[in-house]
Design a protein around this ligand. Structure first.
Ligand code: NAP
Length: 443
């Protein structure tokens, strides 16, 4: 039997993910040593309450509340506590004591990523975070390593399982948003306070991480445009299905050519946004059901790629953490500085007004001759070209002023021109209501 040198692994957190990581490390230690070229010795697990019951159980002698002592003298520190503090302080302590760090903490990376990556680079340590986006799905390493020789142009991601579960229930079962959320809570897919998920905050953190990595540019969380799913209605989902679309909450990261005075400049910027969007039923992302996640990547040479699987779950996420552990251990064995986070492209981070996409606008209009012509001219005056219009018959409720529903799909237009068009529509006397404006993605 080969004798490997031992690497000391400290685990910060023994919750849903941490307890699974501890169990797999203890169970599969020999196999992991063969793959890593080093023994991975779990030296302790820092928690808040050493008496609490854990699933799977963690041997009592490994549990401690003294995270700082555990960090000192460890070769690899795995942070699975979550939250900004004390996670940030502990990770900086670990880096400064010479350890490599593995984290699944998207909130921390999206907020303090540059500080942590700088600290790691200063001392030649590595910060691994495969589990921070898409749970079990390998997406960080493909973007960082496999696609390092290509140029990523666009990422469309379903990166929040809770909202995908809710929208999928609305689509497949015809549930209301409230009903689908209640089911998600019952089944443990939604937290007691679901704001981070349904408000799009969790997806925005992941968008910031993916955009920074894919475009070699620091994309701050504040610059990610964010809309959640709270305004999505059962009627919208139903109408989308009938028109051949599925409503999905997407995280969209794009490399965009900058325009000045309507002219292309040859310079590129980066945009990251999270919002509900209509996805054509034939697009691979439309087939992502339940709480699953998927990341659709477009690259200049590779073309279209899709990464799909479980976006959360203690055991599933532990798989990604252990993959990072093996990578970290291999680097310890081989030596060398490893790969620093790359921000060399340093492109401008663009506001949503620079984004070009297609839109579906649903209007309630006065049902009288000449209305279509008025609406069409409002679009063209604001530089938005209409691709298709469908009109439903007058709803017949108001005999004095009969109304009809118009669904208009546009060609690509900028957010800025769409916004002025919608404002003009809202102010026009033939329009009784702008019922909804949804972006159409994936065409
Ligand atoms: P969790 O179940 O809430 O576990 C957190 C653990 O950290 C608990 O063991 C807790 O101790 C410990 N802890 C919290 N604050 C601490 C402190 N100040 N000092 C010492 N220990 C502390 O969380 P989780 O679901 O495993 O998530 C961990 C990380 O993985 C988070 O960053 C999360 O975003 C990320 N992640 C989770 C999933 C998932 O499916 N769960 C998926 C992807 C990424 P006690 O047990 O004693 O309270």
């Amino acid at each position: 039997m080969i004798e490997y040198r031992n690497l000391r692994v400290a685990l910060l957190g023994g919750g849903s993910v941490g307890a699974q990581v501890a169990a797999l490390l203890l169970e599969h230690g020999d196999e992991l040593a063969n793959r890593s070229g080093a023994g991975l010795e779990l030296v302790g697990v820092a928690v808040r309450d050493v008496e609490a019951e854990r699933t799977p159980a963690i041997p009592g002698h490994l549990l401690t509340t003294d995270a700082e002592s555990l960090i000192l003298g460890s070769d690899i520190v795995v942070e699975l506590m979550g939250g900004l503090e004390p996670a940030r302080t502990y990770i900086l302590q670990a880096i400064n004591s010479g350890a490599d760090v593995i984290t699944a903490n998207k909130a921390l990376l999206a907020t303090h990523g540059p500080e942590l990556f700088d600290a790691a680079e200063q001392v030649g340590a590595q910060l691994y975070y495969e589990a921070a986006v898409g749970g079990a799905i390998p997406i960080i390493r493909p973007l960082r390593d496999s696609l390092a020789g290509d140029r990523v142009t666009r990422i469309l991601g379903i990166v929040n399982g809770t909202t995908n579960f809710i929208l999928d229930r609305m689509d497949v079962n015809g549930d209301t948003l409230e009903g689908a959320l209640a089911t998600a809570t019952e089944l443990g897919y939604a937290e007691a306070d679901p704001t981070a998920d349904i408000g799009g905050y969790d997806a925005a953190q992941k968008a910031a991480i993916l955009a920074s990595l894919a475009f070699h540019t620091t994309v701050p969380l504040e610059s990610v445009y964010r809309e959640g799913i709270t305004e999505i209605t059962a009627e919208q989902v139903d109408a989308a299905r009938k028109a051949g679309y599925v409503v999905k909450l997407l995280a969209i990261c794009e490399r965009i050519e900058i325009e000045r005075d309507g002219r292309r400049t040859g310079e590129f910027g980066v945009s990251a946004r999270v919002h509900p969007a209509l996805v054509p039923a034939a697009h691979p992302l439309a087939a992502v059901h339940g709480a699953n996640n998927a990341v659709f990547v477009q690259a200049e040479a590779a073309g279209d790629l899709m990464f799909y699987g479980a976006g959360a779950g203690g055991l599933e996420t532990a798989s990604a953490v252990l993959g990072d552990l093996v990578s970290a251990a291999r680097r310890h064995v081989i030596g060398g500085p490893g790969v620093a986070e790359s921000t060399h492209a340093n492109m401008a981070v663009l506001p949503i007004s620079s984004v070009r996409t297609r839109y579906q606008i649903t209007l309630k209009v006065v049902d009288q001759p000449g209305v279509l012509a008025t609406i069409a001219s409002l679009f063209s005056e604001h530089g938005v070209s209409v691709e298709a219009v469908s009109q439903s018959v007058s709803d017949g409720k108001n005999v004095e002023l009969p109304t009809a529903t118009l669904v208009i799909v546009t060609h690509e237009a900028t957010e800025a021109s769409l916004a002025t068009t919608v404002a003009a529509l809202g102010g026009n006397e033939v329009v009784s209501a702008v019922v909804s404006v949804l972006r159409v993605e994936g065409l």
